[in-house]
Design a protein around this ligand. Structure first.
Ligand SMILES: Cc1cc2nc3c(=O)[nH]c(=O)nc-3n(C[C@H](O)[C@H](O)[C@H](O)COP(=O)(O)OP(=O)(O)OC[C@H]3O[C@@H](n4cnc5c(N)ncnc54)[C@H](O)[C@@H]3O)c2cc1C
Length: 460
């Protein structure tokens, strides 16, 4: 018989550590198990390091544009990749050690390091120890997907994890995958000095967005000298370290893209294949995600799945929101559901894209009568003053209920501005409340009420 706890948490990503704190504060004994780096993907190989590097890339970009602002820089602007990496590592390390220290300092909480597996619905093994609890929380996250692409096992390739170890910019980075991870790395390494080619199988980048958003992002990237190859239906890889060839069957351009390094950015897969789910009787869906209901309970009573591994979200804020839902239901007597949340995320290109709710395409497909308001960033005073006029904003409204259905802000500050729309959506009030709000001048957000005064039926 192993050590008994009130709760076992597997994984220290974006839900586990805060859940451990709540459970420990509620007087429960808790075991937390982490097999690799405390803080998980966001802290070590995801949001935090990439956004630290996006900030370095922005600094380089702005320095190169210094003359536009009347600032003279004598000599070339050079990027010192070793320093970029050191800065990024220090920011991640601060966060990682903060999570570990916090967990190790919790009362009633034991921290185990090692790979955890379910042995039954109440037992977890870690190394040669067996831990038991009536409540088990799975927060095991995911990793870069490596699909069976012809030739892939014959060429060296990078993922989001190994990209972060580079301390020199690749001469020519070929990125397979034109969505969030691929675009963020693509733009930042272009600004660090690499030649960059992004290869995407679909007809356009970031397919889930409206075509005009995809096209504005496409223009933004090409304006910085990034080559794009969309419609790359049959991708085949060959070559060796330093000389990679991506064979792409596109409508336009040469059938081969040659580069020095290859980044694979084609999605994520959950860490559920070696978790002992079968031994505990926990069901997965066909893509490997742990099946949960709207309260994030698995089919086995007493076992929950939170964060990326349940397939209900793929972001830090969705994982954290999962923690809030589970903790509120378990400890506060509430009845919260994952269906209460509104989709929201950002793409951290520069300028960033902030998104909330439905796209215009989704709203139209839902059969609603909609109204749309738009404004290019070239007509936003704050953007003009900052010299950052790329992008556009749009808000989609239900013409009958007058509720906001969704919004996209591709432009300077878009990741922050989106929240005034998102919070109005959560308040479930008519768009006129936001339309009549007095916003601060000069800001990007001050134009959201103006856009709502100019709503019109969609163009087609
Ligand atoms: C390049 C990149 C950039 C990103 N940028 C953003 C962004 O800007 N904003 C955003 O919201 N999201 C971003 N994300 C997504 C975000 O990182 C994830 O959605 C988030 O980290 C998911 O958190 P999680 O708690 O589900 O799992 P994770 O953070 O993945 O943590 C899971 C933890 O469980 C551990 N573990 C797994 N299996 C076991 C086991 N069997 N035993 C013990 N421990 C185990 C792992 O080691 C890991 O520490 C990005 C992701 C990537 C890859």
């Amino acid at each position: 018989m192993g050590k008994q706890y009130d709760a076992i948490i597997i994984g220290t990503g974006q839900a586990g550590p805060t859940l451990a704190t709540r459970l420990s504060n509620a007087g429960m004994s808790v075991a937390v198990i982490e097999r690799h780096l405390f803080g998980g993907t966001c802290v070590n190989t995801g949001c935090i390091p990439t956004k630290a590097m996006v900030a370095s890339a922005y600094a380089a970009h702005l320095a190169r544009r210094a003359r536009d602002f009347g600032v003279a820089i004598d000599g070339d602007v050079r990027v010192d990749m070793k320093s970029v990496k050191a800065r990024k590592d220090a920011i991640s390390e601060r966060s990682r050690s903060g999570v570990e220290k916090m967990l190790r300092g919790l009362p009633n909480c034991d921290v185990y390091t090692g790979h955890a597996r379910l042995r039954s619905a109440r037992e977890v093994t870690v190394g040669d120890q067996v831990l038991t609890a009536d409540r088990i929380f799975l927060n095991v996250g995911g990793r870069a997907a490596v699909p069976a692409m012809p030739g892939l096992n014959e060429v060296p390739f990078l993922t989001n994890t190994s990209m972060l170890e580079l301390d020199a910019a690749p001469p020519h980075l070929v990125i397979v995958g034109g969505s969030y991870v691929g675009l963020e790395f693509g733009q930042m390494f272009r600004r660090f000095g690499s030649e960059v080619t992004i290869v995407e199988m679909a007809p356009r980048l970031v397919q889930r967005e409206d075509p005009e958003i995809s096209s504005a992002i496409q223009d933004l990237l090409t304006s910085e000298g990034i080559s794009l190859r969309v419609n790359a239906r049959c991708i085949r890889l060959s070559g060796r370290a330093g000389a990679i060839v991506a064979h792409v069957d596109c409508q336009d351009g040469s059938p081969a893209v040659e580069g020095t390094h290859l980044l694979l950015a084609v999605g994520r897969q959950p860490n559920t294949d070696d978790l002992g789910l079968d031994a505990a009787g926990v069901s997965r869906d066909e893509r490997g995600y742990i099946a949960v209901n709207d309260r994030l309970e698995t089919n086995v009573p007493g076992i929950w799945a939170l964060g990326d591994c349940n397939g209900k979200g793929a972001f830090t804020h969705t994982a954290y929101n999962d923690y809030e839902i589970v903790a509120a239901n378990l400890l506060d007597g509430e009845s919260r559901s994952v269906t209460d949340r509104i989709q929201a995320y950002a793409l951290y290109t520069d300028p960033p894209l902030g998104r909330a709710g439905m796209t215009e395409t989704e709203a139209q497909r839902s059969g609603r009568t909609i109204l749309v308001g738009k404004r290019p960033m070239s007509r936003v005073g704050r953007a003009i003053e900052k010299g950052e006029t790329t992008g556009l904003m749009k808000v989609v409204v239900d013409a009958n209920s007058r509720e906001i259905l969704g919004a996209a802000v591709l432009g300077t500050g878009g990741d922050e501005v989106i929240h005034c729309v998102l919070d109005t959506m959560y308040a479930k009030v008519p768009y006129t409340v936001l339309q009549r709000a007095m916003h601060v001048h000069p800001t990007v957000a001050e134009l959201i009420p103006t856009i709502l005064q100019e709503l019109a039926p969609p163009a087609s």
